[in-house]
Design a protein around this ligand. Structure first.
Ligand SMILES: [Zn+2]
Length: 292
């Protein structure tokens, strides 16, 4: 009898009071990991499969990832074809938890790849207005997976979205005085299409929107000619790709090496871009310095 009444009392305690354990969330890569931590703070425990400086296009999941995913209550992935390896992993883990596709509400850009194929550009997070859509999608997923803290997640998402809006305004103000004819940048792969469309910067690259295939000699030769013809000033290394391509383009064209920007991954905590907002600020500071 005493046992039954205890159980009855236990049943009436709100879920949050019982479940002090943070919600386990797996994200596909480090940028989504940061967005999730910004919203979930102490209520979530976030593990990113592809960590800082990693390449989410070509990741090869390890047995450890399978175990991590099996213990998670929520999976956050980008979508738009970024994580071609994800379905194999969720299938192998028989993952039945909730899945947030962060880019779900983004209006996707398509690009014509070398060879003529039309591909969807997955790098939507580089436009901060899309970053806000990501934040809203993630907050919705957290709220569904952990209803006791739903109001906290939505409130944190609103506050964080306001900081993204402020960053967007800062980027616009920083790049606005630069003449349009100077707003050209070379990167290793086409990771900045959304950023370029938002702020009127033309990004050229040898490699296309995925790092899966090496650029052809013909594509590289065409890019070298274009850099010389348009007098593009700077070539940038991306943190998650080999610096060889950028270094070769600098040698061939006489453009300057603009530094390392963060496209598909954050830096480690002690680097210049350990968060999404740090990444946007760092990249913009380097791009602006090279284009002025
Ligand atoms: Zn990429």
């Amino acid at each position: 009898m005493r046992r039954r009444s205890l159980l009855a009392a236990f049943g009436s305690i709100p879920l949050a009071a019982r479940a002090a354990q943070p919600l386990r969330v797996v994200t596909s890569f480090s940028i989504l990991g940061d967005l999730t931590e910004q919203i979930g703070s102490a209520h979530v425990s976030v593990q990113s499969l592809v960590g800082p400086d990693g390449d989410a296009h070509v990741y090869d999941p390890r047995p450890k990832d399978l175990r991590t995913l099996m213990q998670a209550g929520l999976l956050v992935r980008n979508g738009l074809g970024l994580e071609g390896w994800m379905d194999r992993l969720t299938g192998a883990a028989d993952f039945k938890g909730r899945v947030v596709v962060a880019a779900e509400r983004v209006v996707p850009h398509t690009m014509t790849e070398d060879g003529g194929a039309i591909a969807t550009d997955p790098h939507a997070w580089q436009d901060p207005r899309n970053g806000i859509l990501y934040v809203q999608a993630i907050a919705g997923g957290l709220a569904e997976a952990d209803p006791a803290n739903a109001a906290r997640y939505h409130e944190a998402a609103a506050g964080y979205a306001a900081r993204i809006v402020a960053m967007d305004t800062w980027i616009e103000t920083t790049l606005a005085p630069i003449p349009a004819s100077q707003k050209r940048i070379i990167t290793t792969h086409d990771a900045f299409g959304y950023y370029g469309a938002r702020y009127g910067v033309e990004f050229l690259s040898a490699e296309g929107i995925s790092t899966e295939s090496e650029p052809s000699a013909k594509a590289i030769a065409a890019l070298v000619r274009q850099i010389k013809r348009q007098q593009v000033r700077a070539v940038f290394i991306e943190n998650m790709t080999s610096p060889r391509m950028a270094q070769m383009l600098v040698r061939e064209t006489g453009a300057i090496l603009g530094g390392t920007v963060y496209s598909d991954a954050l830096s480690p905590p002690n680097g210049p871009a350990p968060t999404y907002l740090d990444m946007l600020r760092h990249n913009t500071t380097l791009f602006a310095a090279a284009m002025r």
